[in-house]
Ligand binder design. Structure first.
Ligand SMILES: C[S@@+](CC[C@H](N)C(=O)[O-])C[C@H]1O[C@@H](n2cnc3c(N)ncnc32)[C@H](O)[C@@H]1O
Length: 299
């Protein structure tokens, strides 16, 4: 509503929201305000830019007021709108899944590099993503490697529902399977499946540091997606214990947190007899931190 009580234009509403977000210390107030105002009005950002004089309906104004309160409480725009772009594709997210991070695209880049190296683009390939969350890693790899099929596992059944929904939305439902599971524990009946490529972005924040994280992470990402135990390495220990049985002859790529690369590489090395470890490699993210630690196993 305007001061006079009449309907407000979408352009004016976006400007007012940007001012409020800037005053609250937001880092990208104009960008956030445009996204939220356009979404509240059911328009694209291009529509908003083209027709800022469009009047906001009462419903749209109420929706925007709700978005404003949530953004001022530090909720990320991606969570408010329930969507996140990852490696050029749009993923639905809910409070049950980690909001995919740009640095996790390093795992995709690394996996595509080893896939090219191994000639995996030309042949059927089996991919496992442990702790799949929204499914962003597995589904991106399946989309980029058309002959691949894959499995995503997670301890959270709610997350698996979102991942499966994303698979269908991206047209990948027939190549992806999602099953509940902890780390590399065998499926019911003791069956150990084997894969060519294992990727995982496990929870890796030391439990004691979670309370010190920034509010958008601490308050809005699920604890199950963050908490890696006392030193942050609990899930890496579980994963490396089962490595050689699940990936006897292929690549294993783990995302790691800042300063964890050496410890995770040590766990990977210790889990494989020297003759079974052909290569150990790392990749850095755009910020220059080692973000991916990988091994090539061999029979
Ligand atoms: C950091 S999130 C990663 C989500 C997604 N792969 C991504 O990169 O955005 C970690 C995920 O692992 C799941 N998880 C936690 N512990 C696990 C375990 N031991 N085995 C399998 N999944 C686990 C969590 O529920 C969460 O979905």
């Amino acid at each position: 509503m305007t001061d006079g009580g009449g309907p407000e234009t979408i352009g004016a509403a976006a400007q007012a929201l940007a001012r409020a977000l800037r005053a609250a210390g937001g880092e990208t107030p104009e960008h956030d305000a445009r996204l939220l105002a356009a979404a509240a009005a059911g328009l694209s950002r291009e529509d908003l830019a083209r027709a800022p004089e469009t009047l906001l309906s009462g419903d749209a104004a109420r929706t925007l007021a709700g978005y404003r309160a949530r953004r001022l409480a530090c909720e990320p725009v991606s969570r408010i709108l329930g969507v996140r772009s990852f490696y050029g594709r749009t993923f639905r997210i809910t409070p049950d899944v980690l909001d995919p991070r740009p640095e996790t695209e390093t795992i995709v880049e690394a996996a595509l590099e080893v896939a090219a190296l191994e000639g995996w683009r030309e042949r059927p390939l089996r991919v496992l993503d442990v702790g799949t969350g929204s499914g962003c890693l597995l589904l991106t790899l399946l989309a980029e490697l058309p002959r691949a099929t894959g499995s995503g596992t997670d301890v959270s059944r709610d997350a698996l529902r979102i991942a499966a929904e994303n698979a269908v939305r991206l047209g990948l439902g027939d190549r992806a399977r999602f099953d509940p599971g902890r780390s590399l524990a065998p499926r019911d009946g003791g069956i150990v499946e084997q894969f060519d490529l294992l990727v995982s972005n496990p929870p890796y924040i030391p439990s004691g540091e979670i309370a010190t994280l920034e509010r958008p992470v601490r308050d809005f990402d699920p604890r199950l997606a963050l908490d890696g135990g006392p030193d942050g390495l609990d899930v890496y220990r579980e994963l490396t214990a089962g490595l050689s049985a699940v990936v006897p002859d292929g690549w294993v790529l783990f995302e790691v947190g800042a300063g964890q690369a050496d410890a995770v590489a040590g766990l990977m090395r210790a889990s494989l007899p020297p003759a079974r470890l052909r290569t150990l490699r790392t990749w850095r993210d755009l910020g220059g931190h080692i973000r991916c630690v990988a091994v090539r196993t061999q029979v």
